[in-house]
Every structure is written in C-alpha cells, then in structure tokens.
Write a protein that binds this ligand. Sequence first.
Ligand SMILES: NC(=O)c1ccc[n+]([C@@H]2O[C@H](COP(=O)([O-])OP(=O)(O)OC[C@H]3O[C@@H](n4cnc5c(N)ncnc54)[C@H](O)[C@@H]3O)[C@@H](O)[C@H]2O)c1
Length: 366
Amino acid sequence: MNMKIGIIGCGVISNTYIRDIKRLYKDLEIVAVADVNLEAAKECAKKYEISQALSVDELLDIPEIEMVVNLTPPAFHTEVSLKALEAGKHIFCEKPLALTMEDGKKVLDLAESKGLKFACAPDSFMGSSLSTCRKVLEDGWIGKPMYAITNMLSGGVETWHPRPEPFYKKGGGPIYDMGGYYFTTLVSMFGPVSSVRAVGLKGFEKRNVYVGERAGESFDVDVLTTYSILVSFKSGFMANMNFSFDVFKTQMPMFEIYGTEGTLFVPDPNMHGGTPKIYRRQQGLAKCYGGVSDHEDDIYELPEMFQNVGEYVRGIGVHDLALAITEGREPVASGKLALHVLDIMTSVMKSAETGDVVELSTTILI
Ligand SMILES: NC(=O)c1ccc[n+]([C@@H]2O[C@H](COP(=O)([O-])OP(=O)(O)OC[C@H]3O[C@@H](n4cnc5c(N)ncnc54)[C@H](O)[C@@H]3O)[C@@H](O)[C@H]2O)c1
C-alpha cells in the first residue's frame, strides 16, 4: 500500500502528525499542506520538506491525493470535511467529528453516499498502553469490570497554546477538547453509553494569553469549564467522570477501573504509550485464608503487550484509514464510533445545562 495524502490546518498539532507519519508510516506520502493562512502552510512545508504549500481549494484539486487529514480547529471541522468529501477525498478528521449531531450525521451521510471512508480522532485507544488494558480486561484479570473513575483536571491550555481562545468559545471547553480521549477509551472497552447526567460551572469569566505573540491579552470565557458526570453504559457498567480547565493541581487518580477481582490503573488516554498497573483482590484475601501476604498493598506494573512507538504519538488512525481504504473495510477509529462519542459529549453538555438525565440517541458496537 502506498498512498498520497494532504494535510489541511498547519497549527500546533500538525507538527506531531507530520513528525510521526514521516517517522512511522513510510507508505504514506504527504504531498501537500494547506491552511487559510498561507504563511503557516509555507512555514510547515519548509520545516518538514513537503513540496507544496497551497490554499485548501488548490490541495483538493490534486487528483493523486486520496486522503485528507483535517487538522483545523473544531469549529471548522464540518465545513472542511464536507468540502473535502465533495472533492472525492477520504478523510481523517481531528476530534471532535463536529460540534452538533446534525453536522456529524451530515458528514457521515455524505461520506457514505460518495463511497468514501471517514475516520476520526482520537486514535490513542489504538496505542500500546490502552490496547494492553483492553487485553488485560478481556483476559479477566480484574474479574467483571463494574465501575470507572476518571479525572481530567487541568488548569487549561493557555500556558502552552498560543491561540487559546477557541478552547473557551463555542466548540471549546473540556468536554469537546478532552472528553473524546476518555469516552472513546471506555466505549472501546465496555460498549455503548445509554445515558448521562452532569453538572457544570464556569470557573473564570476571563482568561489570559500567556505565550506567543499575543501574550498579555485577555478574553471572555463563553462556555462551562468544569464538569462532573455520571455515565451509564448499556452493559450495566458505570463511570464517574470529571473534566476541568479550572484545577491547577490535583492528587486525584487520572483513570481507574474497578472489577470484581481487582483494580486496573489506566495510563493517560491522550497518550499512545504508558504503563498500565494492576492490583488483584487475592493479594488482600491471602491472610483471610490463613496465608501470609507480603504484597497486600503492592500495585504491579504490567508490561505493554503491543509495540510502544512513543508516548505522545499521532498518526496510527491515519495509517489504519489508509489500510481500510485499501482493504475495503471500516477504519477502527470509525465515523460511527466518533458519532457515538459526539452524542455522549453533546448529551453531557445538555444535561449540565438542563439538569436532566439525557438518554443517548446512537448506539455503536465495535
Ligand atoms: N494542540 C494540540 O495539542 C492538539 C492535540 C490533539 C488534538 N488537537 C486537535 O487538532 C485540531 C487543531 O488544533 P491545533 O491546536 O493544531 O489548532 P491551531 O489553532 O494551532 O491550528 C489550526 C490551523 O488551522 C488553520 N485553519 C483554521 N480554519 C481553517 C480552514 N477553514 N481551512 C484551512 N485551515 C484552517 C489555522 O490557520 C491554523 O493554522 C483541533 O481539532 C484540536 O482539537 C490539538
């Protein structure tokens, strides 16, 4: 398989995609990059020795480009994906798929009607650490999984991102930005979500820009920035999840799964590599049966059972989409999965606004 691809959106995350596609997937050739800001495209092309820096229309006019990687900010995902599909390109889109279910369905319907494939970030659930966690769960190491607690508690993006406003405007906030990593991971392990109930708040009315050319400026916050959520899965599994851009230090665990026979400590779902850990109930029970346990409180690191190509890595979903196109199958990070995750995200935000329990409208089994 050899495939020519184009990248639209030459901002912060394009650096990671281009670095890792060039490093890991030699059968993908990035023939052009495009951006509404042509200077950004030119700088990117020069930095990564890509031959063409173009406008979006010029890139979409290149017939050899089979797949487009949409790395624009979330508010532009639908517009750029629809345009690229109209031009006959398969798409890998950064998260979220769209801002509304209506737009998400529009994109997937157009892809289907044109016979084109659509995949969507996050793809970190395909990485080595989360694949290891799924294997450990499937093999019954913690018995029957019942419950998860996750905490994505951060102080926001403005200490490292030069353009932080979109994270605090319509289409921003911690659910659209970080929810996908946690929800996709749990759905990949425990199947579809049936309902959510959530509360939320806005920690600050204004935020500051700290890095880049506009350091020192401030802007209004338009969205909720802290959420506490209860999630029910169709299987009976449940999760208690917190997301915040208003927490500057925490000692809460990031991601734990509790089963009838133990606890699985899951690494950061935004990463591809990381060390899963486990505690098994039998460690504590030994003394109850007259035995001696020197390891009653020990938590054991598990070896990663899949190739670890680095911690913060992007591109595995792009490569899988190229293989899916060639093999005539659905990509693992499929549009249907992304639509279900978008359903979870929009339902969480609706629940926080209305105070109601929100039943999901989609189901996906992967
Ligand atoms: N920054 C990260 O660490 C990170 C990590 C994972 C995922 N993401 C996701 O990647 C996407 C991009 O994030 P980013 O941080 O790189 O943003 P960014 O603001 O740094 O870059 C976005 C780029 O897209 C360009 N752009 C905007 N509208 C466009 C349009 N209509 N057509 C073509 N180009 C357009 C902008 O000029 C800019 O160069 C988002 O969906 C984000 O959620 C970002």
